[in-house]
Ligand binder design. Structure first.
Ligand SMILES: [Zn+2]
Length: 240
């Protein structure tokens, strides 16, 4: 079982760890603890490096298998043995862009729910751009500018972004979480990680976020599409 260091400290760029398993088919190693985000909830997996002695391995992606995070290694250099100590380093420039983008998406969710009562149904992102789907029947071209102004205002307000890991029963008492379909969480999940943009948005979420909305910077609503009468997709970009 890999300890997920990014869950409690999204700013952790480097760490030491121990190899706990090897997947030779995928040329990947599982670690005892890792700050590599293994992908999920629309946020892509981290890239980076693992250093073992004089060897620097390029990590192409991290991926969760069961409760282990495997780090997929580029090339065909022999992998470190189980029990070896390695030093991990995430591609911080890319990760920080993804943190800003992920928080931008939550600002968008918060504003659209607050101003239009529309719930989010899904989303996907790359560094500095993303798209989100809403049950948003009244969405129309004329609203794009108003939404863009409102989200940038929330970024500029410098709202704190907090992360808490709560027992399932406690999380289920929070009314704001119900709208993000927390009730769909599998029975076996006993703890819920809750990401809050204080005063704006609260979601059960496994991703990495900036600590304050001011770090997001300027956002643009670049497009929207109708995916049916009710479902609307909004495209967002974060300026570099
Ligand atoms: Zn999220």
């Amino acid at each position: 079982m890999t300890e997920l260091l990014y869950q409690t400290d999204s700013y952790l760029k480097e760490f030491d760890s121990t190899v706990t398993a090897i997947d030779s088919d995928n040329h990947a190693v599982a670690l005892e603890r890792s700050s590599f985000y293994p992908g999920g909830g629309g946020q892509p997996a981290d890239r980076g490096t693992l250093i073992y002695g004089d060897t620097e391995y390029t990590v192409l992606k991290a991926k969760k298998t069961g409760s282990d995070v495997y780090h997929y290694i580029d090339g065909d250099a022999p992998l470190p043995d189980v029990g070896s100590t390695v030093h991990g380093k995430i591609d911080w420039e890319r990760r920080y862009m993804l943190m800003r983008t992920h928080t931008a998406m939550h600002i968008l969710c918060g504003v659209i729910f607050r101003d239009y009562g529309a719930s989010v149904t899904g989303g996907d992102m790359d560094p500095l751009k993303g798209r989100m789907d809403f049950e948003f029947e009244t969405m129309q071209r004329e609203l794009v500018q108003a939404i863009e102004t409102a989200i940038n205002k929330e970024a500029a307000r410098g709202l704190p972004v907090t992360v808490k890991i709560l027992p399932r029963e406690e999380a289920f008492q929070i009314p704001d979480l119900i709208r993000t379909k927390i009730n769909l969480l599998p029975e076996g999940i006993r703890q819920v990680r809750v990401v809050e943009i204080v005063g704006l948005d609260l979601q059960a979420d496994g991703g990495t976020h900036v600590g304050n909305t001011s770090e997001v910077g300027n956002m643009r609503v670049v497009d929207y599409k109708s995916k049916g009468k009710i479902n609307k997709r909004i495209y967002l970009e974060v300026e570099d």
